[in-house]
Ligand binder design. Structure first.
Ligand code: NAD
Ligand code: WQD
Length: 342
């Protein structure tokens, strides 16, 4: 019988792509999402890609009673991938309690239920934000974490600690924290992708919305950094590549291939690209000219970061495969589909 995986936040951006990859690998998926940052329509689009509509329940995982009641009816869950979280860095500065309550309580409620209902395995969505501006590049999993720049970033750091402390205390638990670098792009079918509410804060959605005419111009935040062209550098990872890493992580836990009960992996390409390189790559990939202007640095931004992916490559046997232009084109095709642009 197919193994049942709970995907929290499964109608969201990375979660929806991961559900498709899990289904392609034969897993039975149940999604829990409160739809605070995603749409129910995503379920139909997942079905269009995979031929299978995943089971879905809508509730807030920060609600302990509802989470417990869900597990009491789903005792056959073998592993959890925990995407559900609030993720807007700027909003987290304005609403810290909402971020701490949502992100910390959700994980703690899941861990309580794992212990109560004997669900051993969990994969947690962490972020390269835990490294802040590292002193040495690229960053390995052993690069020291730094104080978070925002309440959002702090929830990732604290959640990593909640997970590792719980796994140390309860040997029946096993977990993997995946530290994503900058996920971008969309499914090649353009049926699922990133749908930011309001004005996008992240680079690629802002680029595609500018190209689609929703925004007048892209502001490039800073050209005086110590980088190849002065604009800030990040490690942009294709969301489908990222999704596939979750399937490998789940298999590692279910098949007992993990070397420790708590493991951490960086998920990036291993290459840093500047904002201007992304802008140029977008224009080259799509043939669309982008209206942009250089402005001052954005508060709280780091100068440069990219991943050392050796551990993920060697231990997980996973590697990012898709090129940047292919990925930027997928983001554009998704934006065009959403806006009805031919
Ligand atoms: P997303 O907002 O698209 O997806 C998160 C989903 O979780 C949404 O569908 C939302 O409705 C749901 N959700 C939020 N709080 C919930 C709650 N209390 N109960 C039930 N559902 C809830 O975000 P994403 O980009 O897919 O990110 C997924 C995970 O990856 C998050 O934990 C995020 O912090 C992490 N992450 C994202 C990035 C990124 O740049 N996108 C980078 C690093 C880490
Ligand atoms: C990328 C680069 C901007 C918008 C954030 C979170 C981080 C993680 C990923 C979850 C930066 C520049 C952007 C624009 C620009 N999320 N930029 N003009 O800041 O690396 O990381 O998302 O864990 O925690 O902080 O990503 O996409 O916002 O920015 O010039 O309109 O693009 O300054 O150099 P960032 P981003």
């Amino acid at each position: 019988m197919a193994k049942k995986i709970l995907v929290t936040g499964g109608t969201g951006y990375i979660g929806s792509h991961t559900v498709v990859e899990l289904q392609a690998s034969g897993y039975d998926v149940v999604i829990v999402d409160d739809l605070s940052n995603s749409s129910i329509d995503v379920l139909d689009n997942i079905e269009k890609i995979s031929g299978i509509k995943p089971a879905f329940e809508q509730f807030d995982l920060a609600d302990a009673a509802k989470t417990d009641e869900f597990f009491s009816r789903n005792s056959d869950i073998e592993a959890i991938i925990h995407f559900a979280a609030s993720k807007a860095v700027g909003e987290s500065v304005q609403k810290p309690l909402l971020y701490y309550r949502n992100n910390l309580m959700s994980l703690m409620n899941l861990l309580d239920c794992q212990l109560k209902y004997n669900v051993a395995n969990i994969v947690f969505s962490s972020s390269c934000t835990v490294y802040g501006q590292p002193d040495v590049l690229p960053v390995t999993e052993n690069t020291p974490r730094k104080d978070a720049e925002s309440p959002y970033g702090n929830t990732k750091r604290v959640n990593e600690d909640i997970l590792s402390d719980s796994i140390a205390a309860f040997p029946q638990l096993k977990g993997i924290a995946l530290r994503y670098f900058n996920p971008i792009g969309a499914h090649p079918t353009a049926l699922i992708g990133e749908l930011p509410l309001g004005v996008p804060q992240n680079l690629v959605p802002f680029i595609t919305q500018t190209a689609a005419g929703l925004r007048d111009e892209l502001k490039v935040f800073g050209d005086d950094y110590d980088t190849v062209d002065g604009s800030a550098v990040r490690d942009y990872i294709n969301v489908v590549d990222l999704a596939k890493a979750h399937v490998v992580a789940i298999e590692r836990l279910l098949e007992g291939k993990n070397k420790k009960n708590y493991e951490i992996f960086n998920l990036g390409t291993g290459n840093g690209l500047s904002v201007l390189e992304i802008v140029n790559g977008f224009e080259k990939a799509t043939g669309v000219k982008l209206n942009y202007k250089i402005v001052g640095r954005r508060a709280g931004d780091i100068e440069k970061i990219w991943a050392d992916t050796t551990f993920a490559n060697e231990e997980l046997g996973w590697k990012a495969e898709k090129g940047t232009e292919e990925t930027l084109l997928s983001a554009w095709n998704w934006e065009k589909k959403v806006r009805g642009i031919k």
